[in-house]
Design a protein around this ligand. Sequence first.
Ligand code: NAP
Length: 309
Amino acid sequence: MENVIIIGSGCAGWTAALYTARANLRPLLVTGEQPGGLLTTTSTVENFPGWPEGIDGYELMTKMQAQAERFGTRVRLGSVVSRVDFSSRPFTVVIDDEPVQTRTVIIATGASHRHLGLASEKLLDKKGVTYCATCDGALPMFRNQPLVVVGGGDSACEEATYLTRFASVVHLIHRRDTLRASKIMADRLLAHPKVKPVWDSVVTEILDVKQDKVTGVRVKHLKTNVESTLDCAGVFIAIGHVPNTQIFKPFIETDANGYILRTGAATNIPGVFVAGDCSDHVYRQAITAAGMGCAAAIEAERFLAAEQA
Ligand code: NAP
């Protein structure tokens, strides 16, 4: 019987592991298919306090893992939780087809970037296609170059506004002619002299797979069906996120978009706690996820202590 199983290995998961390990709970952490989570897919992380020169995303996650393991975290590397049963305690977590019983669970499964679903998007990933302006915008390959942002929500506005620091011009491609983003963010963006909106349009292809780098996008105007090409060195896709919460659906309450609802770090099921981007569509930062991981660990520890008292 486990005391606590932590599902997910981003900042939230590793921090929850560090704190529960130091509380002598010998946590078991299941990394999922992508150990380290989304941060490992970015380049330099420049906004994590304590790393004034920035730190490679992969390296940061490796250090978090080492710190969690140093205090006794056991890690199921590459393992996947395919199913859970939270209908009664102890809970059952199925790890690589093996059912494991546990007193508490911390869900830290994160969120995935929504993709356009184009073949060229996949092939040019990290070769000019990116999902995070804060992570990649300052890279030399994007400086003083025309850039494209896809999307019309707050994220797209935030990304596009940020990119105006580096780009020669930012083309904001949106499938409608009004932005979904909050008015203040939309107004600020559209007033910027470097921003050129491309309304009622979708990206149909990212160029150029043959050159193995982004050189432009093919864009279709949805009202006229006319296709055109825009030159750019980077494509920043900001069309929302999908929280990785599907497997918890029968038991755990979420909002309409699938983000887990919580009070503090507690879910609707006593003994199941949550941390990080699978429960946060507002901040979505490495440091906030880490803070939530800490909170979830403290709550799990107190929950177990109260049961034994
Ligand atoms: P979002 O609000 O869901 O917006 C996604 C945008 O992408 C929408 O404009 C949508 O178009 C477009 N889109 C979706 N699928 C598409 C597709 N397949 N092809 C082309 N376009 C597509 O997502 P978000 O901007 O990531 O924001 C998520 C939440 O975080 C929101 O609640 C937002 O307010 C919040 N947020 C807040 C801040 C802030 O306050 N600083 C910053 C970022 C995010 P349609 O408009 O046509 O649906």
